[in-house]
Structure formats: C-alpha cells, structure tokens
Design a protein around this ligand. Structure first.
Ligand SMILES: [Zn+2]
Length: 116
C-alpha cells in the first residue's frame, strides 16, 4: 500500500525518467527511419522521372555512356539502369579508384590545413 502511494505521488521518480529516455530514443530511431524512407522515395522518384524523360527522348534502354543498347535482361532486373553492364562495371571500378584517391587526398589536405 505504501509503495503504491509513492509511485502515484511522484511521477518524476527515477523509473519514470528511464521510461521517458527509452521512449524518446525510440522516437529518434523512428525519425531516422522516416528520414531514410523519404530519402529513398525521393531517389526512386528521381529515377522514375529520369526514366520517363529518357523514354520521351527515346534514349531509354540505351547506355548513357556508350550509346549501346542495354540488354533486355539487364533492364528487367534494373529498370532504371542507365548504363550497359560494361560501362557500369567500368564506372564502379573508376569510383572505387576515385574513392581511394579521395581518401589519400583527404589525408593530404588535412596535412596542408595543419600547415595553414
Ligand atoms: Zn555502355
């Protein structure tokens, strides 16, 4: 009886505080998920718009880089593909190289910044 009284009379008990913290962090996660979803939707919308534009231009299904026809199999798997398999692979390789260079540059620019 006495314990129950304490609980009802002090809403700001430590237990309550812990619950609030848990709830707010859950809300944060929900915000993050929502933000990620909105971002994903925006990216998908952009891809759809791009595909529609390419359909209008008559360039849909053709490689953005080399102009070769993108295989039907590839388009079925990736309806928004803008490059043929070869160009996509080449781009990925180039991106990986760029990333490696950027990392090296990042380290170098940090060094330069330190020197003022
Ligand atoms: Zn290509």
């Amino acid at each position: 009886m006495k314990i129950r009284d304490v609980r009802t009379e002090s809403p700001n008990s430590p237990t309550q505080g812990v619950l609030d913290a848990a709830e707010s962090s859950e809300a944060d996660i929900q915000d993050e998920i929502e933000f990620a979803l909105i971002q994903m939707k925006a990216e998908t919308l952009h891809k759809i718009e791009e595909a529609l534009r390419r359909l209008e231009e008559g360039t849909f299904g053709y490689c953005f880089e080399c102009g070769e026809e993108i295989s039907e199999r590839r388009l079925r798997a990736l309806p928004f593909a803008v490059r043929c398999k070869d160009c996509e692979e080449a781009r990925e390789t180039a991106q990986q190289r760029e990333r490696a260079i950027a990392q090296r540059r990042g380290a170098a620019s940090l060094f330069i910044d330190m020197q003022g």
